[in-house]
Design a protein around this ligand. Sequence first.
Ligand SMILES: [Zn+2]
Length: 297
Amino acid sequence: MKKAIGIDLGGTSIYGGLISEEGKILKRIERATPKDSKKSVLEALSQTIEELMEEGVVGIGIGSPGCIDSDSGRVLEVGGNIVDWANTDIRGELSKTFKGIDIFVENDANVAGLCEKWLGAGRDLENFVMLTLGTGVGGAIYTDKSGILKGHNFNGGEVGHAILYPRGRQCNCGQKGCVDMYLSGPGIEMGYFEKTGKQIRAKEVFKKSLKEEEAKEVVERFSRDLAIYMASIKNLFDPQGIIIGGGVINSREYWWDRVLDYYKQECNTPDSLSIVPASFLNDAGMIGAGRVVFLRI
Ligand SMILES: [Zn+2]
């Protein structure tokens, strides 16, 4: 039986899995992502691979934050939320330890999109846009014909840095008013802080929205903003579906229906698009990273 090692490198945790050709997780490992140096992160990756390595493994796939050159397996100028991660040659470094086995690196949101296409909410969609609303807003743009859109500089599908509010909140990418600053968990927290001067977690804002006016206004604005953004996505790509994942989806009971209502009001041709929640949350990265191996070997 062919197997792949799939690794989801996140700012907080490294999830590693031994993935079968059918997408089953045969073994899994989780460890904290080191915060002190890039060397420690690479060591933690090596250790995770070591523990998962066994007979039948045909390749290693890694989903990493940042802008990833998936041809060479390197991180480009933007390293995401991993310490000193920009310009890291992930494949080159790991190849020193793991000789003679193929190693593939992809952007983390892209591997989550591949997982949804393989086994999840995108299975029956010929093309879709995936949005992950989490610590930031990530995404993937997929078509059966061409796979994941990489873009000219491997920046394709950076949906979090589309501008939602011209000259709005300063984003850490250098632009102002990015989607990332409004539709992520921290974006929701910022919205609540601006209204009340209080700092609470996004999931608390959602819970409070049932009984507190300020929280309700924040959730209404979030719902409307997300709907308006999806109207733009619909008109840019005309996808068959939009899949929404990321940690914010765990609170969807407080906003999902409102978003669909606003979407119908805001979009010129709303009916032909299906908007669905992602099927996989924490496991999407490692399964998708395993999928990258099976697609590319
Ligand atoms: Zn930005």
